[in-house]
Design a protein around this ligand. Sequence first.
Ligand code: PLP
Length: 399
Amino acid sequence: WQTLSERINRVAPSATLAVDSKAKAMKAEGIDVIGFGAGEPNFPTPAPIVAAAAEAVQDPKNYRYTPTAGLPELRKAIAEKTLRDSGYEVDPNQVIVTNGGKQAVYSAFQILLDEGDEVIIPTPYWTSYPEAVKLAGGVPVEVFAGADRNFEPSLEDLEKARTERTKAIIVNTPNNPTGAVWKPETVKAIGEWAVEHHVWVISDEIYEHLNYDGAKTTYVGAAVPEVRGQLLVLNGVAKTYAMPGWRVGWMIAPIDVAKAASKLQGHMTSNVNNISQRAAIAAVSGSLDAVYEMREAFDRRRQTIVAALNDIEGVNCPTPTGAFYAFADVSALLNKPLGASKASYASTSELAAALLDEGHVAAVPGEAFGAPGYLRFSYALADDDLVEGMKRMKQWVEA
Ligand code: PLP
């Protein structure tokens, strides 16, 4: 008999976590691997946030469950932060605190989708979106846009993909994996299109503060106020405040949808770690100075990595203006002899595996993002490691 459900068998493992755990396993064996795999800031969480947690852990009142939807002070702080950063008002009752942005993504589809409902996913996409859609019984519909259009989907392509089962569309700007910051016109047009066709917009804003070269995040809820009744905003502290391990994210939704998310969470996880929520209050209600400092470092690394990638024969990397990813077209390296072994590789999955095994450099293959032919490099690692990793990759490719 079959042990596992069809539902779980339909889902692919997280490719980004897989690359990262292989790199970490190699490191544990004593192999010196440079990891461009994980989307994880290398900075420590800023001191005032850690201090808030240290204080909270001393107080026994914080050893208890919190309300399922989150600490009222945190929900209020998130509502205030939304007004500060996105420029529109939300009620704290619209905010549900989740175990990382990832739970917010998962919950969004669980509460919106019925079996067979379709979700339009601009491609390249973050690797968990289609899997979260499938886990909810939905059907991911990919709409691809290449580097020639800054990886921004066109309305014509969205229209071609739209059917009577289209329930939602994902907007993720600044984007993982491409690092693209979508133009205001694109975000606005998608919001208006969604209103016209009664499509839910799921706006993942987790990289909102990581913009470079003057690029600015466009918030769909601000650009198209009419969309707010059918908008789920997803966000979290992991990337902005260097807090990936604290596991705090959130969803902002119309009140009835927020109640549904809370009902689901009440059966899944009860609430987010109390101490982490206290730390998150300090993060979202504090100043953004530490964030801007980290952004400066990311910006420097961005310029270094893009130049280094483009200096490798057969690699073409557009300059990203957001998040902390460089998304390089390496299709010219396929089916060519590479590395000391002079073996050749038919796919970027195979190429990434060989680059890790032989070159000791970890990058995530484009297949994980619906974009074969590309490799994603996270540049959230130390400057020296970045330079060393690029040197190794160049040597391996051009051996
Ligand atoms: N959304 C995007 C686009 C991401 O890249 C990530 C993390 O990689 C998340 C959501 C979830 O982040 P977390 O669950 O760590 O808050």
